[in-house]
Design a protein around this ligand. Structure first.
Ligand SMILES: Cc1cc2nc3c(=O)[nH]c(=O)nc-3n(C[C@H](O)[C@H](O)[C@H](O)COP(=O)(O)OP(=O)(O)OC[C@H]3O[C@@H](n4cnc5c(N)ncnc54)[C@H](O)[C@@H]3O)c2cc1C
Length: 385
């Protein structure tokens, strides 16, 4: 179904496929049941060098472009696995790479590349602010050679399975800054040693290891401020196109997985003396979801090209993420329908994938916010918020 245009990506995909074959459906099903973390899978990806793909070679990574990371995560999903346990590492580290001090890069990136340091937690969303990020209430107050952090995050995925967290906190009150996007700062929190940090898992409809995180006078060394004080929101925004393109690649992978399952079953299930796939009522939703996936894929590929060429790619990253999430959902819907009752049986993995892929119309950015970006920034209509 998929012929990558880039030869290097074809090799990466083949290697990832081999790795994923060691983690078949029963592995994910068992974890899903107990909301467990796929430690063995993440370790295997790390040891194979895939999670350090984007880290430059001078820091021990593979120094590959974003399209390679998209090929890795896309294939993970196409093979029925789930990159949610570790995908954030790929885009979070970009903030340290672009804005971190030489000392921070030297201290953290080699460990992230070889897996001895897990940089999987990204603390932005809060219960009261949600999408309205600049209204966040977590504060960091400078006291001598450290920052004192107080507040709460929600939906901090993988917080229990990460050594480091990239944290966004307000360092100047909103009333004292000219623009609400000013006065926010980014920190590297070493969660292994941080005192005053409490993590509480949230049980969700899919296995995502998401948590609430509470900060009670948590101390962060001054040296762990990333870049300049007050500019953290820009640093985070800067990484968002990469995040959206990678999540889109995962959704495209999900859509391919669902479609492959649907096609196989539609050919093999015989009723009324013929395969169900011979009925166009069964065939067309599968074909339609496939077309939607290919359209999303073309936009994501364009976004990756522009990203790698250093060109603006907000339009493609946002559209690609929205369309890919919708395509994976359409493919999942067609897959359940094609399988009839069996689509609901856990052992087919379809209902698990169906639950997993639904998230991406809400996180890391909801569809409405993508539409609002397009309406305002691309089409030039009035700002709504
Ligand atoms: C499983 C999971 C994992 C996550 N992982 C992380 C993580 O690791 N780190 C992190 O920081 N965050 C994480 N998130 C948070 C995620 O990014 C947010 O859930 C998402 O951005 C939406 O925010 P919210 O849930 O607060 O919804 P809200 O902001 O409350 O929005 C609710 C609804 O209102 C709509 N809406 C809001 N404002 C407008 C508007 N102006 N116009 C039109 N519609 C609007 C939204 O589109 C949405 O549908 C995760 C979330 C989930 C569920």
């Amino acid at each position: 179904m998929d012929q990558p245009l880039v030869e290097a990506d074809a090799e990466i995909r083949a290697e990832v496929r081999k790795l994923c074959a060691r983690f078949p459906g029963p592995y994910w099903r068992e974890l899903d049941l107990r909301r467990g973390y796929p430690t063995e899978f993440v370790t295997a990806l790390t040891e194979a060098g895939f999670l350090g793909a984007l880290i430059p070679e001078e820091f021990g990574g593979a120094g590959l472009p974003l399209s390679a990371a998209a090929a890795i995560l896309g294939t993970v999903h196409e093979e029925g696995c789930n990159g949610a346990a570790c995908h954030a590492q790929m885009y979070i580290m970009g903030t340290i790479l672009r804005y971190g001090s030489a000392e921070q890069k030297r201290r953290y990136l080699p460990g992230v590349a070889d897996g001895s340091l897990r940089l999987q937690a990204f603390g932005v969303t809060e219960p009261s602010s949600g999408t309205d990020t600049t209204a966040l209430r977590t504060t960091a107050r400078r006291e001598g050679d450290r920052w004192i952090v107080n507040g709460q995050k929600i939906w901090t995925s993988r917080a229990e399975h990460s050594d480091l967290m990239l944290l966004l906190a307000r360092t100047t009150p909103r009333e004292q800054v000219a623009k609400k996007t000013d006065g926010l700062s980014t920190f590297i929190v070493d969660m292994r040693t941080a005192k005053g940090l409490t993590i509480r898992p949230i049980r969700t409809m899919m296995n995502h290891n998401s948590c609430e995180v509470f900060f009670d006078n948590m101390e962060v060394p001054a040296a762990n401020l990333v870049g300049e004080e007050g500019r953290g929101f820009r640093y985070i925004l800067d990484g968002m196109n990469a995040e959206r393109l990678l999540i889109a690649a995962e959704c495209i992978g999900d859509a391919k997985w669902f479609t492959a399952k649907s096609v196989a079953y539609a050919k093999e299930r015989v009723l009324f003396g013929r395969p169900i796939g011979q009925n166009q009522g069964v065939q067309f939703p599968i074909a339609q979801a496939y077309a939607r996936m290919r359209a999303a894929e073309a936009i994501v590929e364009r976004g990756l090209e522009r990203f790698e060429a250093g060109l603006p790619c907000g339009e493609e990253a946002n559209m690609g993420k929205m369309l890919a999430a919708e395509a994976s959902w359409a493919a999942g819907e067609a897959c359940i329908q094609t399988h009839g009752g069996f689509g609901f049986a856990e052992e087919y993995d379809i209902e698990r994938k169906f639950r997993e892929t639904r998230l991406y119309q809400v996180a890391p950015i909801s569809t409405n916010l993508v539409l609002s970006y397009l309406g305002e920034h691309v089409l030039g209509m009035p700002r709504s918020y």
